[in-house]
Write a protein that binds this ligand. Structure first.
Ligand code: PBG
Length: 323
């Protein structure tokens, strides 16, 4: 093996064109998913404080935004709903006239080519803010499955392209698959948030969705950020229950997990570049401490380099303008 001075790795770094020629990882808008927040009302657009540039919209405004996104080249969105009212059982999550169900029907009609993915969870809809049914201060696993499956089926009924359960209850993928299939939605894929860590980086999202738990935290169901082997077991189990794709979340603090999942499983790997990861860069950029565009491109590229096929990112819209 020849070494310096024969070997000089700087030779291919000399010009932008040379660097582009040998670049190993590229960002493609087709691989990006943009989160959208639907809220009640009409003509409503509420900018979200902790998520600069991200806006909650009533269904009419959401349709306008979705058309604009499609125009820009954004191919897929991940829908979240802010309900009219929250209750103990999170009933608006699976109400056929719930916020996400109404948004789906309208978007399906207005922008038929846009891929519509929904986050399937109860935490935005429950008064206590937990992702499942609560009894005596405990989040009950098996009782929650029924409601999650009902939620997924109601999304399918309203025209969703893929459902993404994010609650981290055991057995939810199997429960959702069974109900989807029995109701005639065997064509709808499940993107499982298989390895979702109990992370501080969801802070701005919870502020936006009003879904911070009223008591305790999510460590009883979301994963301990210290564990990788357990993440791979989660992935394996979800695939066994019928998951069509796996999601790892957060993305930047789990690059090793993304790489391990990529190496082990032959299914599409999604990574969620979460609210806190986005907000940190936005905040630093607002202070003039770093260049937002460079930092965003570097973050997204690193997530792809680690092995993600698809990235859920709040930068997807801006990326469409940058690329
Ligand atoms: C719902 C859900 C959350 C996120 C996606 N789906 C919040 C949570 O689990 O607390 C986080 C998204 C983000 O931070 O961007 N369970």
């Amino acid at each position: 093996m020849s070494v310096f001075p024969v070997t000089r790795l700087r030779r291919f770094r000399r010009t932008a064109a040379l660097r582009a020629l040998v670049r190993e990882t590229r960002l493609d808008l087709d691989d990006l998913v943009y989160p959208l927040f639907a809220c009640p009302g009409e003509g409503v657009e509420t900018p979200l404080e902790g998520l600069p540039g991200i806006v909650q919209r009533s269904v009419d405004r959401l349709c306008e935004e979705a058309a604009a996104l499609r125009q820009l080249g954004v191919g897929a969105v991940l829908l979240f709903g802010i309900p009219e009212e929250k209750d103990e059982a999170g009933s608006e999550a699976y109400d056929e006239d719930g916020i996400v169900q109404r948004a789906l029907r309208a978007l399906r009609e207005e922008v038929p080519e846009l891929v519509l993915v929904t986050d399937v969870c109860l935490c935005e809809y429950t008064s206590h803010g937990h992702c499942g049914v609560v009894s005596d201060g405990e989040v009950l696993n098996d009782l929650s499955l029924e409601l999650l499956a009902k939620t997924a089926a109601s999304h399918a009924e309203a025209g969703v392209d893929a459902v993404a359960p994010s609650d981290m209850m055991d057995g939810r993928v199997g429960a959702i698959r069974a109900v989807l299939d029995s109701e005639g939605f065997e064509r709808v894929p499940i993107v499982s948030y298989a390895a979702k860590y109990a992370s501080a980086f969801y802070g701005p999202f919870r502020e936006a969705a009003g879904s911070a738990p009223a008591f305790g935290d999510r460590r009883g169901y979301q994963m301990d950020p210290a564990n990788t082997r357990e993440a791979l077991r989660e992935c394996e189990l979800d695939l066994g229950e019928g998951a069509d794709a796996l999601m790892i979340k957060p993305a930047l603090s789990s690059l090793d997990v993304i790489a391990a999942a990529r190496a082990r499983f032959e299914v599409p790997i999604f990574a969620y570049n979460v609210s806190g990861e986005y907000a940190m860069v936005k905040a630093a950029a607002a202070q003039g401490w770093l260049d937002e565009r460079q930092a965003a491109l570097e973050s997204l590229t690193a997530i792809k380099r680690a092995g993600a096929d698809v990235i859920v990112s709040y930068w997807a819209k801006e990326l469409a303008q940058w690329l």
